[in-house]
Design a protein around this ligand. Structure first.
Ligand code: FAD
Length: 407
């Protein structure tokens, strides 16, 4: 019984670990396309930029893999042979499987404009973050392309270092794909107070250089912004070529069913690379967050060990920008009503997002307790009255008592 996991990021590592927790006794090979021990990415655009601490990044030390007999293979998979049930690695090793799990994640969407070169900075891998940390002390002026989580987390780390930060985003507001208008505006204000400047409704059309070195960017309306470095966070694209070349169905990710099986039931796909049916979305979705990677891994590990259940986990995310922590439960992209609870002026509030009077998501800023309750309310599908939620005297936990059986 050989299980092969391709990709040793959050999803792949969790799958291997969860198989052992579920008492799976067969062979596990975890193919790691990156050098070193598997590590988590969220700190790369947050604490790591300040601390440079590696020990906080690795999921587990080397002994974990030997103790649990997880064969960590420092090789990339280059081909899946579905007929022979083999994975071929870059060095032409062939590994047989009876079940294969693809957990290949994403790669950065590239800024493809004239003047873009290898000195443009992306934050995806530990190597990227190490390179950025080394270069940061030399920065005076940085343009950040993309006002999403990663760009803003970098901006929040750079501005206090005295670096002039200009953020350019094509949308009319920050974090437009993931946050409500209220939360976008609140974070924009906090960043402005730290000296960050914003160019919204704008795109970068060229990188200007002098003697090869970056000296600025040009925007679509002709404006120029001076910069000695450009950091790009404009989204990611799924690593799906292994799957598509093997004839599996792909569509902006590797398409899976509610059990996270691809179009070949002996192959699953999990994490950022998978497109799956969700209770919380109108159609198949692809999510890029730790919650989804970890929960999908646990779901597949249980199926492999004989306890198959559909994947139904509630999505949740977080971001840390300076001293402020944003936690989002649920998906708010289709909300029509937003109700604020708490005090934005005191840096502690939540935005409850409703669609046709149904609670679909909650954003909490420096309010972890709300986030925890929100996850439980959303998971239970509780009905929450939008008119009552802003009432400070309402104890959110009382909504749980009313709607959930005692645990
Ligand atoms: P990944 O962690 O990307 O792992 C995929 C792995 O597969 C990679 O190591 C890749 O090299 C490897 N691989 C690809 N192809 C092959 C192959 N052919 N053979 C072998 N290996 C291969 N999420 C949050 O919820 N909160 C956050 O605050 C947050 N912050 C983030 C900050 C940064 C800078 C980044 C980059 C991401 C952040 N995320 C955050 C997203 C989160 O890290 C991802 O959702 C999560 O890592 C997804 O796990 P994954 O295993 O699907 O993919």
């Amino acid at each position: 019984m050989e299980k092969i996991v391709v990709g040793a990021g959050h999803a792949g590592f969790q799958l291997a670990a969860s198989l052992r927790v579920a008492n799976f006794r067969g062979d596990i090979s975890l193919l790691n396309g990156e050098a070193g021990l598997p590590y988590q990415r969220p700190p790369l655009s947050k604490d790591f930029l300040k601390s440079g601490r590696h020990d906080a990044l690795h999921f587990r030390g080397p002994e974990f893999f030997s103790d649990n007999e997880i064969n960590l293979v420092a090789e990339e998979a280059v081909q899946i042979d579905r007929v022979q049930r083999k994975v071929v690695t870059a060095s032409r090793n062939e590994l047989s499987f009876d079940h294969l799990v693809i957990a290949t994640g994403t790669v950065n969407r590239l800024l493809e404009v004239p003047g873009a070169g290898p000195d443009i900075i992306y934050i995806k891998t530990l190597g990227d973050a190490e390179g950025l940390r080394r270069r940061m002390p030399g920065f005076r002026k940085v343009v950040v392309v993309g006002g999403g989580f990663i760009g803003l987390e970098f901006a929040a780390a750079a501005a206090p270092e005295g670096i002039e930060v200009n953020v350019v985003d094509a949308a009319d507001r920050l974090m437009s794909r993931t946050a409500s208008r209220m939360v976008s505006a609140w974070f924009e204000e906090q960043h402005r107070r730290s000296g960050v400047r914003f160019y919204l409704n704008a795109t970068v059309t060229a990188i200007a250089r002098r003697n090869g070195a970056i000296e600025g960017v040009t925007l679509n309306d002709g404006r120029q912004i001076e910069a000695d470095a450009v950091v790009v966070g404009i989204g990611s694209v799924p690593c799906q070529s292994l799957a598509s070349e093997a004839g599996l169905t792909v569509n902006n990710g590797i398409v899976v069913d509610q059990y996270l099986r691809t179009s070949d039931p002996s192959i699953s796909a999990i994490g950022d690379c998978s497109v799956f049916p969700s209770l919380y979305a109108a159609s198949h979705i692809r999510l890029e967050c730790v919650q989804n990677a970890a929960d999908q891994a646990k779901c597949v590990a249980l199926r492999i060990t004989g306890s198959a259940t559909p994947y139904t986990s509630l999505p949740w995310f977080w971001s840390e920008q300076g001293d402020d922590r944003l936690q989002i439960a649920g998906l708010i992209d289709r909300h029509d009503t937003a109700v604020v609870r708490g005090a934005p002026e005191d840096r502690s509030f939540s935005v409850f997002c409703f669609q046709a009077d149904r609670l679909v998501g909650v954003e909490s800023v420096n309010r972890a307790a709300d986030h925890i309750v929100a996850r439980r309310l959303l998971t239970a599908g509780s009905s929450v009255d939008p008119a009552k939620i802003a009432d400070a005297s309402l104890d959110l936990k009382s909504l749980l008592d009313r709607h959930l059986p005692p645990s």
